[in-house]
Design a protein around this ligand. Sequence first.
Ligand code: NA7
Length: 547
Amino acid sequence: MSVHRLEPGNESETPTPQVLDAIVVGAGIGGVYQLYRLLQDGLTVRAFEAAEGVGGVWFWNRYPGARVDSHFPHYQFWFSRELWDESDWTETFPAQPEIERYVNHVVDKFDLRRHITFSTRVTSAIFDDKSGTWRVTTDSGETLVARFVVFNTGGLSTPKIPPFKGHETFAGVSCHTSHWPTEGVELAGKRVAVIGTAATGIQVIQTIAPEVAHLTVFQRTPNYAVPMKNPKITESDLKWMRESFDELSRKVRWSRGGFVFDDPPYFKDVPPDQREAHMRAIWDSGNLSIWGNTFADFQSNQQANDYVTNFVRDRMRERIKDPKLAAKLIPTDYSFGTRRVPLENGYFETFNRDNVTLVDLREDSIVSIDASGIRTRTGHHEVDVIIYATGFDSGVGSINRIDIRGIGGVSLRQLWSEDLCTTVGMQVHGFPNLFMTMAPFAPAAAICNVPVCVDQQCDWIADAIGFVRSQGLTSIHPSAQTQQAWMDHHRAVSEPTMIGRNMNSWYRREGPDGSKRELIAYLGGIPAYRRACDEMIASGFKGFELV
Ligand code: NA7
């Protein structure tokens, strides 16, 4: 591996840092593949990871019941046939330990670990206009210089803990689901509160209810959730997976959400007397096809959306004994599929248990937390443990933690606080040679099975870097016009969808004042997005500033 040194003339007292070709920030699903791909391309690369191990969200989210909502065989790396041939999976929806083990296996198989510095956060990245390089510092005091920097920091990595008054006075144990201690939390026989009832809260609640003395669930917005069917993976499933690699990998790249499903019919093409059977068949599959694959016009046709919404509401109602409780748990003020649809395993039955209480924060509200529990407007709930399943600073939270300065010292954090913008979710005008995955305005920001969308993004980034190097250039970033065109396109295709019209979800980034702002989910579809990205490469990055 060749390592060049900075140009002479920089003889300050601090030692001259190495100049790397690239720095990768993060060693989750995206970072691991990014690192692999850039090393394959012959670059000198170092990766930094804040955690002690690889896996990203699969390292941090160790809460009870943590499990992927993408069904077998979709949630795995797609870049290596050999890896597919030897991968073993035990469940249709693998749990956190299995995925963490898998990512570790991949890192060791491809000898990536020695390129990753663990337990180290990148704290700043400053662009030097003169040399066209990035000066990157870490919280361990190291400074590095690199031509390219890639932030594979994840769209849901920075936890959001509501600043409830007095939360620091709580005498029991409290933690956010994404910072679950490795040694676990003693829950058996305890009085436990869970705040938050979306994808994470649902998994925690249904898992811990049988073992705790009492569970108090604080729900702000009820969620639609659909049953997960999670059979064990058999040898014949694995055989099918291996034999289907070529076909699946071809299809999944052009799929609607990173899953290979049959194309759904248009609502008008399913006669009214066959709709129920059509829905039942999809429902019985026990995966996310109920979200995106019921009707082709589900996101644009109110009639189709209403039909699916009512079908799901009816299935939920069947499972909740107390009609008053059902009225609280079943959403009535928004349509199915307009927020992330969680899969569940006995979640609604959990509320039929004697040791579970639902506090509806639309009728009540949390006033404060004190030493012994949670005070609401109407009472006090004594608990030993508080679990925050309150979500993440979505889209840009983990990038905003880092002091990033582009051309002329412009701060990315500052720029984004005034005008959140990217070009295809991977670059920002004014920040040459800086790339990111799972950032706003790409399918990978929200509406996609992550390993599929991130694979495409890592490849595009590596291709852009390869283009700069092969052309003897030093830098690349989108022009202001290219960026504006992408933002205009994103808004034109994403806002008018059903998801776009729901203002209450993490797909819409929250402003500092708590107001809902830019829709970070690109809803023009994976095929349209992939075509737009491919055209940029094919045109030699027309519309980019190439130096
Ligand atoms: P989400 O989907 O952001 O959900 C957070 C939950 O926490 C949701 O129920 C929120 O209610 C609730 N919340 C947030 N702040 C508060 C306050 N202040 N008071 C009460 N309740 C609150 O995060 P998840 O971790 O469940 O899932 C994130 C993604 O990870 C998921 O979509 C998958 O892609 C994987 P709200 O709905 O905002 O009213």
